[in-house]
Ligand binder design. Sequence first.
Ligand code: KG4
Ligand code: ZN
Length: 332
Amino acid sequence: MSILLAIESSCDETAAAIISDGKLVVHHLSSQLDHAQYGGVVPELASRLHQQQIVKVVDACMKDADILPEQIQAIAVTQGPGLMGALWVGVSFAKAFAMARNIPLIGVNHLDAHVLSHFLADEKPEFPFLCLTVSGGHTQIIVVKDFHELEVLGDTLDDAAGEAFDKAAKMIGLPYPGGPLIDQLAKTGNSNRFSFPSPCMKDLNYSFSGLKTSLLYFLRDNQKNVGFREENLNDICASFQNAIVSGLLSNLNLAAKQTGINRLALAGGVSANTALRSQFTKMCDNQGYKGFIVPREYCTDNAAMIGIAGWYHWKAGKTSDLSLMPFARMGK
Ligand code: KG4
Ligand code: ZN
């Protein structure tokens, strides 16, 4: 039996997981709720909270899996992208653990891990497949050629899809993080009531700035109608969400046509969105694609995905040495 411990601390979730023989045994997560009062993640606060929680989440995993530290044979950790101070907490913990136990250390790219979360499931996608990765920091259409070869076909030119949800929620007057709240309110709203511009750009790229500005002007123009926002909250959320979801899927569909790849997957925090999941499934059924969606708990940040990505890196001999450094952005 080979056992790997995984750590995630790139943003506001402190998480750990144990993978044994390529299967998830257990994962734990401590969500930092303290950021809500500031309307967004405060980096310094995130680092401090990771420091407080990291040993607890690792202990909880080992206890639940009935595993002792000396049984762990490798440790995987998120190397980036993410908040630098937050990443350092996980990376320092993992380095110390690897050194103390003299076991391999594996640095994992957080975005690759979102994509590879599909390998936590029993039914794994065959290569190559297309993955739409939509999170708080990224919006990408990726060709996944194998575990270590991912090619970006489309990207956002400004905000990420999750960021657009969160910023829209703020404008509407909802607390942070707004994505899940918009999702909830949209369920009883009319998505065709108001019209917002598409985030699709030329090629397979996206831009969310026009959409954001259009919501800002829409809210401002209707300010004079007392109670407008409150009375139409569900329709505003549903219509705004529909612009994002339709745009995301329209480019994904185009990528499938252009590449001829008919296995499609969704990953990242925004892939927890109810409308995105149901419209993705509908599109796959209509177009004859094979669609892959991960359970909601593995869409948003977690260590199970770091563990499974780390597992495949480990088995391919892609380990790191103790000079491993976190990185804040891709390519940096
Ligand atoms: O992947 P993730 O947990 O963290 C990053 O790597 O960024 O994604 C977080 C993002 C946030 O912007 C959050 O608002 C969004 O995912 N999100 C959602 C939903 N759940 C999380 N957006 C829309 N609908 C949801 N149900
Ligand atoms: Zn993420």
